[in-house]
Design a protein around this ligand. Structure first.
Ligand SMILES: [Mn+2]
Length: 328
């Protein structure tokens, strides 16, 4: 397997040889998505290339923490939507996908053939929908894309400024349930390095401030939880309540504080599809379970979204899938 240093050299060359560089992350960007994308844009800029982050989420639906980050850095970073990308695209464009590797999760999934080359940097497992490219760094034992980007910045000898350090720390906070799970030695080292930049940790917390009504929805959902086989917590919303994806993620995160190995939160999204957020302490592979339900992720954190189903039959299917073979 190649080293991160070799990967760094490889992408450095591809960036230098491209006309302009576009960075994309998964739809409905979260803090890890936006932080890793911004970090990548610092690298491209250092190599002297024009760089744009494509973010095609509906402005009103962007979650508050991500919106704060965007508002803070809008002056320094070019954020464009899909339509704007299509207007300026040319033959020698490079695409870098951060915190995502699946075609159906990026807004430019239909445009992938237009890029001369594509680079993937992610911490989610690959599957048959993974974007085809030879240039990828996918490390599922890393807490977050932000952690990987923090290491890449070092290799490119770029010192994060206090803004970028805050964003990366926020990305790591998000994907580790505020530093309570999925923290390896490398994660700890990265966190130390970022903290040493002298950032105000209270400000990182600000990105996580919750809207009361949303928090109440999360706790109401959590209160519906049932515990199965003593090791699994599952909560499911009713057919009439619409949740945001992050609300389901928060409910699943919350449930891990109990004596369980894994947790699932099932609920209906605004568009009528059913989403599941799954979390694990490491003994149950939730990435594999979500993989069987058209979704994905990794051992600790995974999710899916299903069309044309009801809550009840989704829960039934889910219960059939998590059986002891996943308990490693
Ligand atoms: Mn992530």
């Amino acid at each position: 397997m190649k080293s991160l240093k070799e990967f760094k050299d490889e992408i450095g060359e591809k960036i230098r040889n491209s006309g302009q560089v576009f960075i994309v992350s998964h739809n409905e960007a979260d803090l890890d998505a936006i932080a890793s994308s911004i970090a990548m844009s610092y690298i491209v800029r250092k190599l002297g290339k024009p760089v744009h982050i494509i973010l095609n989420d509906e402005p009103l639906k962007i979650e508050p923490g991500v919106k704060m980050v965007i508002d803070e850095c809008r002056k320094n970073i070019s954020l464009i939507n899909l339509e704007q990308y299509r207007r300026i695209s040319s033959d020698n464009d490079l695409l870098i996908a951060c915190d995502v590797n699946k075609r159906k999760l990026v807004c430019c999934g239909e445009d992938l053939d237009k890029f001369k080359d594509i680079i993937l940097i992610d911490h989610h497992r690959e599957n048959e929908d993974t974007i085809k490219t030879d240039t990828k760094w996918i490390q599922t034992d890393r807490s977050s894309a932000s952690e990987i980007l923090a290491d890449l910045l070092c290799l490119f000898q770029i010192k994060a400024d206090s803004f970028l350090a805050k964003y990366l720390l926020a990305g790591i906070y998000l994907d580790t349930n505020k530093l309570t799970r999925n923290i390896g030695n490398n994660t700890k080292a990265v966190i130390e390095r970022l903290k040493n930049i002298g950032i105000d940790l209270n400000h990182v917390d600000k990105y996580f401030e919750e809207d009361f009504n949303s928090a109440k929805k999360v706790y109401d959902l959590v209160s519906k939880s049932e515990f199965y086989n003593y090791t699994i917590a599952l909560c499911a919303g009713d057919e009439d309540t619409k949740y945001l994806k992050e609300e389901l993620a928060k409910a699943a995160d919350y449930l891990l504080r109990y004596k369980v190995d894994a947790s699932f939160a099932v609920g209906k999204l605004e568009d009528g599809s059913i989403a599941i957020s799954a979390r694990s302490k490491g003994d149950i592979d939730v990435g594999e379970i979500m993989g069987q339900l058209e979704g994905g992720g990794n051992m600790y954190s995974a999710a899916t979204r299903l069309q044309g189903r009801e809550i009840e039959d989704t829960v039934k299917t889910l219960k059939k899938i998590y059986k002891p073979s996943f308990q490693k």
